[in-house]
Design a protein around this ligand. Structure first.
Ligand code: BGC
Length: 846
């Protein structure tokens, strides 16, 4: 058996690897494609049980059709705003607990792609626009997950920064940029945590002299990842991303997901027998899989499961439920800590004792947008509601709630309480039909949250008929929007309103259009006792290894007062209150996997709402509920602005803590907030002729803003917190023998409350070099300092912070040069500087 030399050969891994010899070629190849959407193949003969994987990074989603709720974390763009490695570690431990509770062995997280453009659909799922900050947040998260015996899967390797045409484009990235920017977080995670699996992306790469899909790129998967970084984990494809047999197998992909089916299985068996793929290549993949199985405790003694016996051999440990006090406390802390103070004209934190009334305003105050859409979605056990949380935190104040107009383009998802099945029960009846129209099975779907869909269908099912009545209680005209996926017939009150024979398949999952299909709109009169009868039949979508499902979105808008009237009402409430809190933000129509945003503008008339409320009440606090940048044209006209992210299940409690100062919102922006769309260095990631050119090179994010001399609304690293900081000294030692430089910064908290500072270090070459950024983030530390006290933080800059990738010799090089080292509160708020000279024995200036 010839194994890749990168596979470690210590005692821990020898055992699993030696099992490869016990397997036949057919058994080996069988292991290299998933058993199901979320499962790997078991081989009881050798004691290998099923390994289960599940999406992150916002929680552990669990299997389809399993309604068990999961702890719902703030989005990664929020947690990275904490700049707090310890917090990321604690969230990693929670993820591992959640995995254990749900019978999951490997969590498909974190995402370490970069926020290259603010419009990227998965921006909220990424940690930062900066490679160093991304790495520093991902490493403790992965390390903590794996310390609990659960695998992490870092994704999407690599150049996966755009959702437009997401399975088709090639990211064209020059070698230096690839090394210094886009590979850097992956390299840190691989080298520092030995992450047990890595996901090859949907996109292709035009890089390192190769053009290929990310699942078939030899230079990346074998030369760099497995050989140079000595990676011993499993390279798994993104779901349905593998399009080749021999190319992907030889390039270094180890596991095709999901299964069964796909381009390996028998095709790969044939290719091996034809000599196109060496047996040693297969053995290497199997060894990696067995090593992963052994790491997660799935490879033990041979066993024969009894009929019905769970394959999960590892008992779910006693882990706290996602609505238990310790989990809630951690998530509440994470959401509050991550919140960024963008402006504060001496109004925050609010003095709870002095508050008689608060007008809480905004569509996002009524329905906070707590998580983005797509594969990261988790069903939380609860949503801490902002209104209720404020009432609880301010028992003596009068809190009122006002929407101030809808921000949605579409009608909202129908309210479950408005649905009645033909039997009279709440919900929708789904009749599963075969090709002859005979009913194979009927199910009652109690909820339409998100959409009506039914999965796990019998093999003979071809269509599903959904029947329900929607109550139209209010008089006036109601709007019904019905959006089926694929071929369908939709009737409302006995009249067919839409029909189509155009069938769809797995592509609707890959391009996420199943989350957002075209809708037919029907207007119907309402009134007490009135309802509309919906009778809709939709095709069964055979989405290959993603499963089979039928899906219809059902939305309902009852007559409303109208946005003009709602804004006017909110403004009057603001005028009458001691303080107005306006929560603005994005919504499920805006931020999701599957599409990029066409604009950075806040949806609806939220800018007008903010301006009019602030005019009516000089004590107005604006809270921005979004994961990715939106334009805030009034930012410097209102007294206080908080960026509250997509906060997860502890939305309301975290908001109350921040407003009242129970927890300091100590977040710092992990990306740049533009003031205008036209200023954005990379305004979109739309492929041109199939390519996305990473033309800005190493100048990603704030580096590009610096290079172009543009002024954002708030720069990378910005965040006021509730402290007041004086920077006293910065000192840098001579470089150590290993090339590291130790820096000490002393800061003083001049505020009258304990506070947290994020001390940031930026390196700026003294001799400007057009090929290097003007400045880059090289290190940082968070420090809690009591009121009136000082603290000194020590930050070790690794040798890599001073290195560049030499494209002629293809290795890292350390230029002998001098740097100005800035101790800073943000990428533009530099407080102190010192010199660092790199040269001598550790540097080579080639
Ligand atoms: C996403 C991955 C995810 C996978 C499984 C893909 O569409 O790109 O991030 O892990 O689906 O849900």
């Amino acid at each position: 058996m010839s194994l890749n030399p990168a596979i470690r050969t210590d005692d821990d891994v020898n055992g699993p690897i030696s099992r490869v010899a016990e397997l036949s070629l057919t058994e080996k190849i069988g292991l290299l494609t998933g058993a199901g959407t979320w499962t790997l193949r078991a081989l009881p003969r050798i004691g290998l049980r099923t390994v289960t994987v599940s999406d992150g990074p916002i929680g552990v989603r669990g299997m389809d059709d399993d309604p068990t709720p999961s702890a719902q974390l703030p989005a990664p763009s929020a947690t990275a705003a904490s700049w707090d490695a310890d917090l990321l570690g604690r969230l990693g431990t929670l993820m591992a607990d959640e995995a254990r509770r749900r019978g999951v062995d490997v969590i498909l997280a974190p995402v370490v792609n970069l926020q290259r453009s603010p419009v990227g659909g998965r921006h909220f799922e990424c940690l930062s626009e900066d490679p160093w900050l991304t790495a520093r947040m991902a490493v403790p998260f992965v390390a903590a997950i794996q310390a609990e015996g659960i695998g992490a899967c870092v994704k999407h390797f690599v150049g996966n920064e755009t959702e437009t045409d997401r399975t088709d484009y090639l990211s064209r990235i020059d070698e230096r940029t690839l090394r210094e920017v886009y590979l850097a977080p992956f390299e840190a995670v691989v080298r520092e945590t030995g992450v047990w699996s890595i996901m090859a992306a949907y996109n292709g790469l035009s890089a390192l002299g190769e053009e290929s899909s990310a699942t078939a790129n030899t230079a990346l998967l074998t030369d760099i990842l497995k050989d140079e970084w000595r990676y011993d984990g499993v390279v798994v494809s993104d779901w349905l991303a593998t399009t080749s047999t021999v190319e992907s197998a030889v390039a270094g992909l180890d596991l095709v997901m999901p299964g069964p089916g796909g381009p390996w299985e028998q095709h790969l068996d044939d290719a091996v027998r034809r000599g196109e793929v060496p047996v040693g290549v297969i053995d290497d993949k199997v060894a990696r899989l067995l090593l992963l199985a052994s790491r997660v405790g799935a490879l033990g003694e041979a066993f024969t499961p009894l009929p019905g016996e769970s394959e999960f051999r590892r008992a779910a440990a006693e882990v706290a439920s996602p609505d238990s006090a310790p989990v809630r406390a951690l998530l509440r802390e994470a959401a509050a800590r991550s919140t960024v103070v963008l402006r504060n004209e001496a109004i925050l934190p609010l003095d709870g004792d002095a508050l008689g009334s608060v007008a809480l305003i905004g569509a996002n105050a009524v329905h906070p947008f707590v998580q983005g859409g797509g594969s990261a979605h988790v069903d939380a056990p609860l949503l801490a509601d902002p209104f209720e949380a404020l009432c609880e935190a301010l028992p003596n104040a009068l809190i009122t709630l006002h929407r101030g107009g809808s921000t949605l383009v579409n009608a909202p998802v129908v309210d479950d309480d408005d649905l009645s099945a033909p039997s009279g029960e709440r919900g929708v009846v789904a009749d599963i039909l075969d090709a002859s129209g005979a009913v194979l099975e009927s199910r009652l779907l109690p909820s339409a949250s998100g959409s009506l869909w039914t999965t796990g269908l019998p093999a003979a099912a071809t269509t599903v008929r959904f029947r329900t009545r929607v109550a139209l209680r209010r008089s006036g005209e109601h709007l019904l929007e019905i959006a089926p996926v694929g071929a369908h017939t939709v009737a409302v009150d006995g009249t067919v309103v839409s029909t189509s024979a155009a069938k769809v398949g797995a592509e609707v999952v890959l391009d996420s259009s199943y989350a957002n299909p075209p809708a037919v709109a029907v207007r119907v009169p309402g009134g007490s006792r009135r309802s509309a009868e919906i009778d809709a039949t939709a095709q069964v979508v055979d989405a290959a290894a993603f499963g089979r499902f039928a899906r219809i979105h059902l939305r309902h808008l009852a007559p409303e007062a109208g946005t003009d009237a709602e804004i006017a009402e909110a403004v009057e409430a603001a005028r009458a209150a001691d303080v107005a809190v306006v929560v603005v933000g994005t919504n499920p129509e805006t931020e999701s996997e599957g599409w990029d945003r066409p604009t950075l503008a806040l949806p609806g008339r939220q800018n007008e709402l903010v301006r009019r409320v602030a005019e009516a009440n000089p004590r107005t606090v604006v809270v921005v509920n979004a994961g990715a940048p939106v334009l805030l044209p009034w930012l410097d006209e209102v007294p206080a602005v908080l960026w509250w992210w997509l906060p997860g299940q502890e939305a309301g409690t975290s908001l109350a803590d921040v407003l009242l100062g129970t927890t300091e919102p100590a977040g710092r922006l992990p990306w740049t907030l533009p003031a205008a769309e036209a200023d954005v260095p990379v305004p979109n990631g739309i492929p041109i002729d199939g390519y996305i050119d990473y033309a800005e090179g190493v100048d990603v994010g704030h580096r590009a803003w610096d290079r172009l001399g543009r002024t954002p609304a708030r720069e990378f690293g910005y965040g006021l917190g509730y402290g007041r900081w004086r920077y006293d000294t910065v000192e840098a030692d001579e470089p150590d023998e290993d090339g590291t430089v130790t820096v000490r910064v002393t800061v003083a908290n001049e505020a009258d409350r304990d506070a947290r500072e994020v001390v940031q270090l930026y390196l700026e070459p003294e001799r400007p070099d057009a090929e290097r950024p003007l400045r880059w983030l090289a290190g940082f530390a968070t420090v809690d300092v009591p009121a009136g006290a000082s603290a000194t933080v020590e930050i070790v800059l690794p040798e890599r912070a001073f290195q560049t990738w030499n494209v002629d010799r293809h290795h890292w090089t350390t230029p002998s040069t001098g740097y100005r080292l800035h101790a800073a509160r943000s990428s533009r708020d530099h407080r102190l500087a010192t010199r660092v000279i790199i040269g001598g024995p550790t540097a080579d200036d080639d």
